[in-house]
Design a protein around this ligand. Structure first.
Ligand code: G3I
Length: 390
């Protein structure tokens, strides 16, 4: 860590320019060249600062939106984080700030502080924003269970979407309208998860959410977002098929839907996606739908050995996965779930590597230096030919 800290300072000294951005004096790392052969993982040595080479610049040149999930308190409180986000992303998504738990401190009160911070930051830096999310079984406020009932659930959901999507109408690239509604393990023939929304409103809560979102914001692309649909394992294949069936039902009943979000929380030790995901993406294209890579990260929980080896394993998954996905004409948007290993849910209380070391799942390490994953993402972006995005 100390060595990484030193190389970060060297790196910033070599590549920094100071700009005024959104009222903040921020330090922008301006460019990253290809690493030389001797470069160590997570070490900026060998980085050529002379060319403009951010993920943002490479994505922009190919008509892609590439970015990351962000934390509002870090955008305002940590200039190095803010400058990295400003420089590397042309699209942002709030990691938590637009969830019910963040927006709804009380049944009759909304707090848009964090969400507004992100939208304002994005505006100041000419970035798009995805909204995440309007309806999920997690991140519900503490008062939810004792306040929302079968009788009032539809009204709560409708008012929430009208208020939140209405506030940001015309400003967002997309909304994750419904998040993670499929769980084939529920045993239901339609594969729907037994969420509070399903149990209180019934399966029609999904249509209600999408129709209300369309009325509240006529321009955001309405997205169904889910995880565990990337691989060709029996479980993930079944889940992917259930998602496809849901989307077909929605289209058949005239429910507005524009896109499917494939979260892409991947594992560096797992065999990569095969034909199943590609067929899924192409089938959605035939149905007129876009696909977004919405939450990519690559956990290295089961990779033992050196940091260099772990970083290479993570990078290989980024390179292979995004090279495949970004060649599909209906995929123009890809986000990672965070920008730096300093702030990732994978280093939260839920997961632990056996050796106790923090995970390294993102394109920048905990000291904000680019890792091999950064170069892998950029290589995948570069393979893409120019297409125009929405
Ligand atoms: O903000 C509170 C803080 O006030 C409190 O002191 C602290 C104590 O634990 O908790 C803080 O809230 C936590 C929040 O993250 C902000 O850090 C919640 O406990 C914690 O559950 C929450 O976890 C988030 C999780 O979604 C649930 O909302 C993760 O950061 C976030 O990365 C994760 O993101 C999800 C996507 O939304 C959907 N797809 C999967 C993805 C990863 O699980």
């Amino acid at each position: 860590m100390a060595a990484e800290g030193r190389s970060r300072r060297d790196f910033l000294r070599r590549t920094a320019v100071t700009v005024a951005a959104g009222g903040l004096a921020t330090v922008l790392p301006v460019a990253y060249g290809e690493p030389n052969g001797k470069r160590k993982a997570g070490d900026a040595a060998g980085v050529d600062a002379s060319e403009s080479a951010s993920l943002r610049a490479h994505a922009q040149a190919r008509g892609l939106l590439v970015g990351c999930a962000v934390i509002p308190e870090k955008l305002t409180g940590e200039p190095e984080y803010a400058s990295l986000v400003a420089h590397q992303a042309n699209i942002l998504v709030p990691e938590n700030a637009m969830k019910w738990a963040a927006l709804r401190p009380a049944p009759d009160r909304f707090d848009f502080g964090g969400a507004d911070t992100i939208v304002q930051f994005a505006r100041a830096h000419k970035q798009r924003v995805r909204g995440h999310n309007l309806c999920w079984h997690e991140a519900l406020p503490a008062w939810f269970a004792s306040t929302v009932t079968k009788e009032n659930a539809a009204e709560f959901l409708t008012k929430h979407i009208e208020t939140v999507a209405g506030r940001y109408a015309g400003k967002l690239q997309a909304w994750d309208v419904v998040n993670e509604a499929i769980d084939p393990k529920s045993g239901r023939p339609d594969g729907l998860r037994k969420s509070p929304w399903l149990e209180m409103i019934g399966p029609e809560y999904i249509d209600l959410a999408f129709r209300t979102a369309r009325k509240a914001d006529g321009t955001a692309l309405l997205t169904y977002n889910d995880y565990g649909i990337e691989l060709d394992s029996p479980d993930q294949t079944a889940k992917r098929e259930a998602v496809m069936a849901l989307v077909r039902r929605m289209q058949a009943s005239g429910t507005p839907i524009d896109a499917v979000g494939v979260q892409s929380h991947l594992d560096a030790s797992t065999k990569l996606p095969g034909a199943g995901l590609q067929q899924f993406v192409r089938e959605l294209a035939k149905m007129g739908l876009q696909v977004f890579v919405t939450e990519m990260d690559v956990n290295d929980r089961k990779i033992t050995g050196t940091v260099e080896g772990r970083d290479q394993a993570v990078a290989e998954v980024y390179r292979n996965y995004l090279s495949m996905m970004l060649l599909e004409p209906n995929i123009n948007v890809a986000l990672t779930w965070g920008i730096s290993d300093r702030y990732t849910w994978l280093n939260g209380p839920k997961y632990r590597r056996a050796d106790g070391q923090p995970e390294r799942p993102l394109p920048f390490n905990a000291d904000y230096n680019p890792t091999p994953a950064f170069f892998a993402v950029r290589t995948a972006i570069d393979k893409r030919q120019l297409r125009i995005w929405h």
